[in-house]
Design a protein around this ligand. Structure first.
Ligand code: SAM
Length: 478
């Protein structure tokens, strides 16, 4: 059975509820919210229903159901009773008079069904399983609930206030759509949702002026791998992009949120073995076969494309694995954009080092074991001079090493030579936050050998420090 979702105007419209318990109360509340003129029929009613009646919100008829209670002027009848024969009688009479009918928990006795509702008035989301599984609908509602900011409705107010002005300024439908998408992903949206409507309008009007003049560049953190770990604002930015430039370590599921007409640009860079994504996800990621420019040359190509598209007036979202400003060359891209006069919006992401720690149950600091954390890159450690190994070998801190797989033997040797104990707990976490995550725990003196034996080749984080022992003491995992 397929039910067509429609939003029904019930303002001032007569409706009947049969039953006086909690289930009836839940349905009754929605009818009153919609402004319906409600009569309720039941021999006894819940105290909350009585209170609503005392407040003049509905009329109660204290009697058992009788078929003539359903009259042709009614638009909708809801039967919320435990008595199956009552629902059957309600249904029979309503069908005969052509009145819409809903008998709770009796899908076969419904011409309309209630969805699970997410209420961010005036935004309402209705979820239905077509009567197959209300429990599943409620779960889906829960999944969507957490994605929708509580004050989402205030965005509608912002849009309503500026609607005419935007229409007058931007003649094309696409331009207006792009503008609103970018407003909903910006500080104007945040201000509106925080209740500062005037501030939001000012910000949005500035954006409108900019949109008339030029494009935009956003640097967005996609999080470490698991697509659920992106921020809500990051997601909204993806949805608003004209051009979406993404790295190899961005999960392909995130690209699905982009508009259908988005220009997708894969700028996955070549790098050390782990960065080449030998265990990457999806065919667009880490194939490493195409003859692309690499390293600095590749970064120049990315910068040029990013700025070039924005200069054409487009909204460019540069989607980067983890956080854009942690070993992500986000700073270089920011400077390049600034050099061309763009004020870049940066949306942070969960960096791989923090996600790896959480997913392995390792607190990066601990009052008695580690008072500081260092985020290091192991990239080109082998050739680097003047690295502060003595500092890094101090034992009251945690090291979080990115891109350290290829140089692991060197890193290990340098740390030991600088005085870090061979027995220091250490771990390499590959593909953190993804289903294929692997953790190789070993004392620092044996870590490289353990990693080689395990055949690790995917993106990896190495954590060194006493805190690495904590998962064995407790049982926490993200
Ligand atoms: C160029 S850096 C980018 C870091 C990113 N900006 C961040 O904040 O996570 C790439 C390195 O991050 C680490 N990395 C990224 N995603 C990872 C993951 N899911 N699991 C383990 N390490 C990861 C690896 O060391 C990889 O070589």
């Amino acid at each position: 059975m397929f039910y067509l979702p429609l939003f029904h105007r019930l303002q001032g419209v007569p409706c009947l509820v049969v039953g006086g318990g909690q289930t009836a109360l839940r349905k009754l509340r929605w009818l009153l919210r919609a402004g319906a003129q409600v009569r309720l029929i039941a021999p006894a009613v819940d105290a909350d229903i009585q209170r609503l009646r005392d407040a003049g919100e509905l009329v109660i008829e204290r009697t058992a159901f009788y078929p003539e209670a359903i009259t042709p002027d009614l638009r909708l009848v809801i039967s919320a009773t435990n008595a199956p024969q009552v629902s059957e009688a309600v249904f029979a009479r309503a069908i005969r008079l052509g009145v819409l009918v809903n008998c709770v928990d009796r899908t076969e006795l419904c011409t309309v069904i209630f969805p699970a509702i997410i209420d961010r008035f005036p935004i309402l989301v209705a979820v239905s399983s077509m009567g197959q599984s209300p429990t599943l609908s409620r779960s889906v509602r829960g999944w969507i609930e957490v994605r929708l900011p509580q004050n989402l409705g205030r965005l509608a107010e912002l849009a309503g206030r500026l609607r005419q002005q935007v229409k007058a300024s931007l003649s094309s439908v696409d331009a207006r759509k792009g503008f609103w998408d970018s407003v909903f992903a910006s500080s104007a949206a945040t201000k509106a949702m925080q209740g500062d409507l005037e501030g939001a309008i000012t910000d949005a009007q500035q954006q409108l002026e900019q949109t008339e003049q030029s494009g935009q560049i956003l640097l967005v953190g996609a999080g470490p791998g698991d697509p659920d770990l992106i921020t809500l604002r990051g997601l909204r930015a993806i949805q608003s992009a004209d051009v979406l430039m993404y790295d190899k370590l961005v999960h392909p599921a995130l690209l699905e949120y982009a508009r259908r007409d988005v220009e997708l640009v894969d700028v996955g860079k070549q790098g050390p073995r782990e960065e080449a994504g030998a265990t990457g996800w999806g065919s667009n990621h880490g194939d490493g076969k195409a003859a692309r420019p690499t390293g600095t040359k590749m970064q120049e190509v990315i910068n040029q494309r990013m700025v070039g598209e924005a200069l054409k007036g487009k909204k460019v979202v540069r989607l980067k694995g983890g956080d854009p400003f942690i070993f992500g060359r986000g700073g270089e891209e920011l400077l390049e954009a600034a050099a061309h006069g763009f004020q870049v919006q940066v949306i942070p992401g969960i960096t791989a080092g923090m996600a790896a720690a959480s997913y392995a149950g390792i607190p990066l600091t601990h009052r008695h074991m580690s008072q500081s954390v260092r985020f290091l890159t192991g990239h080109r450690v082998a050739q680097a001079q003047n690295l502060e190994w003595a500092e890094w070998a101090r034992d009251d801190q945690t090291l979080v090493i990115y891109m350290g797989l290829v140089s692991l033997a060197n890193i290990q040797a340098h740390l030991l030579a600088a005085g870090r104990a061979e027995t220091t707990p250490a771990v390499l976490i590959e593909n953190a936050s993804l289903p294929e995550q692997r953790e190789i725990f070993a004392p620092l003196g044996e870590l490289h050998q353990a990693v080689v034996s395990a055949g690790i080749s995917g993106p990896s984080i190495i954590i060194v420090g006493e805190v690495v022992d904590i998962p064995r003491m407790g049982n926490a995992k993200a």
